[in-house]
Design a protein around this ligand. Sequence first.
Ligand code: BDR
Ligand code: CA
Length: 319
Amino acid sequence: SIPLLVDCDTGIDDAIALTYLSTHADAEIAGIVSTGGNVEVEIVHRNNLVLAKLLGIAAPIARGADRPLVQEPMYADDTHGPGGLGHAVPPAQTGAGDPRSGAQLWVDLVRERPGELVGLVLGPHTNLALALEIEPELPRLLKRLHVMGGAINHRGNTGPTSEWNIAVDPEAAQQVITAFTGAAQRPVMGSLEATEAVRFTQGTLDRIVALAARTGHPVATILGDALRFYFEFHEADGFGWMAHVHDPLVAAHAVTGDFASTRPLAVDVELAGTLTRGQTVGDELGRWGREPNLDVLTEVRAAEFVEHLLATLEAGLAR
Ligand code: BDR
Ligand code: CA
C-alpha cells in the first residue's frame, strides 16, 4: 500500500478525505500534519486527533504552524463552521498528538522512508514550506507530492482569482512549487476546475446519512452533520442545494491514479498583484519558456469518483 503524509486543515472535505484514506485498502496514513486554514490550527488538530481515534489511525499527528509565513491568518468558519466540522459535535479530544512540529514530522518521515512516501497537501502549504527550510532535499526524498489548490482557468473561491489553500499562504505555495521544480515526478495539482466538477447532491448526502443510521459509526454521523452545513453554505453562496467537495478527489487520485487525467503545465503563484495576489497563473502558451513544473488534474470522471468514494466509505465504516 501507499504510505501518505497528509497535511490538512480539517475542515469538512478534509474529514471526508481522511476517512476515505483510512478505509481504502491501498492507502496507509503514515502521518498527519494539522495546519491552520479553514479554522485555527488548534481546532484543526483537535479534529484530526478525534477523527484518527474514531477511525483507528495509529500514525503520528503533529500540530503545524499557527500562522502563514508572511500574511495574517484568515479562517473560513462560514464555510466549515466554527469547529471546522459544520453541525457535527465530535467527542472530546484525548491526548495532544505527536510532540514534533508539523515541519519536523514532514522531515522525519521523508528521511525514514526515502523514495517511498507520498505527500498529500489538502490545506495551506505553510508546513511543507517550513520543512523545506530544514531539509532542502525533501523534493528528492519524497516519492511524489499531490496538492489540492489553485484555480487556473477558473474563477477563485476566495479572491476573485484565488483559491483558498493558496490564498491563505501564497508565499508558502510559491516556495513549495519552486522547490519541487525539476523533481523526478512533477507534483500533481488538483485545482478548482477539477475539484469543482465533484458536486455532492442530496442523493449523496442521503447515502451518508443512511450509512450512519445503518452502522451507528460515529464518523458517518460526523460526516453527515458536517455535510449538511456545507450544503447550507453553498446554498447561501448562490450555488443551490449541493456542495463542492474538493479534497477527496485529490486524495483518491493520489491513491488510485484514477478518476482524472493530468496535463503538464508551467504554473507560478502571483505574490505581488494588487487584485490577484494568490492567483495560480498557468502558462498555457509557453510564453515564459519554462518547462512544465506541475501535472494539473483535468477530465474528471466525477460520477464514477463519487460512486467510488461512497462505496469505499460504506465498506470501510460498516461494522
Ligand atoms: C479548499 O479550501 C478548503 O476550504 C477546502 O478544505 C479545500 O481544501 C478548496 O478551496
Ligand atoms: Ca482542506
